[in-house]
Design a protein around this ligand. Structure first.
Ligand SMILES: Cc1cc2nc3c(=O)[nH]c(=O)nc-3n(C[C@H](O)[C@H](O)[C@H](O)COP(=O)(O)O)c2cc1C
Length: 193
């Protein structure tokens, strides 16, 4: 099963990068397989530093902003002990991982990691359709360069009622933020064409 979460990694200068990522986790959560595209900073950091922290969270607003590189101000973090890494203090659970194997023959790498430390900080709020809609919208927003023009807006129109009907303020803010981001990016694309 792929769990959508947020990965923090450090670059060679110790600058932290926060980015949503899917992780294939085994039942005992001793191993975690990551599939970052080679164009991402997350991939570069994992390759160079060989470590990072994967987080399980229900904070979809953070996920939405991190997906498009607009996390400002940066979220609260603390140092991990077992590795050189940063833990998002607001996340539900975290897994500090070390890279064991990298297969980067294809554009999307396959990175096998071993969990060397983990922690629980708070309960996961539970399933919520608006939160899932925001996660889908965030994934769409990261695919603006790949998906046909107009398709993302259509998908957002389909997702919006879920947010309206079942979301709280944070989900509405996150969805509106992504919708604005997509609108601006599609407009720029049209201007370039
Ligand atoms: C829920 C979610 C899951 C994602 N999973 C992946 C993934 O598995 N691999 C990947 O390359 N990008 C994934 N992305 C897209 C990256 O988060 C996005 O491209 C990001 O801008 C990469 O940031 P970085 O260059 O700072 O690492 C995901 C996005 C979301 C919202």
């Amino acid at each position: 099963m792929i769990i959508e979460g947020i990965m923090t990694t450090l670059d060679e200068k110790g600058v932290v990068n926060v980015s949503p990522l899917g992780a294939i986790m085994d039942n005992a959560t001793q191993r975690c397989v990551l599939r970052p595209y080679k164009t991402t900073k997350t991939y570069g950091n994992l390759k160079k530093k060989g470590q990072g922290v994967f987080h399980i969270t229900d904070d979809v607003e953070m996920m939405a902003r991190a997906a498009v590189g607009r996390l400002d101000p940066p979220p609260l973090m603390e140092n991990a002990n077992a590795i050189e890494g940063r833990i998002l203090t607001g996340a539900c659970r975290w897994y500090a991982v070390r890279v064991c194997e990298i297969d980067d023959a294809r554009p999307r790498a396959r990175i096998v990691t071993e969990v060397v430390d983990q922690g629980r900080q708070r309960d996961f709020i539970g399933l919520n359709r608006a939160k899932h809609a925001v996660v889908e919208a965030a994934i769409l927003a990261t695919r603006i360069d790949i998906l046909p023009a107009g398709q993302i807006s259509e998908d957002l129109t389909r997702l919006e009622p879920l947010v309206e009907k079942t979301g709280g303020e944070a989900e509405r803010r996150a969805f509106d933020f992504l919708a604005e981001y997509v609108k601006a990016a599609e407009k720029t694309e049209r201007l370039i064409e």
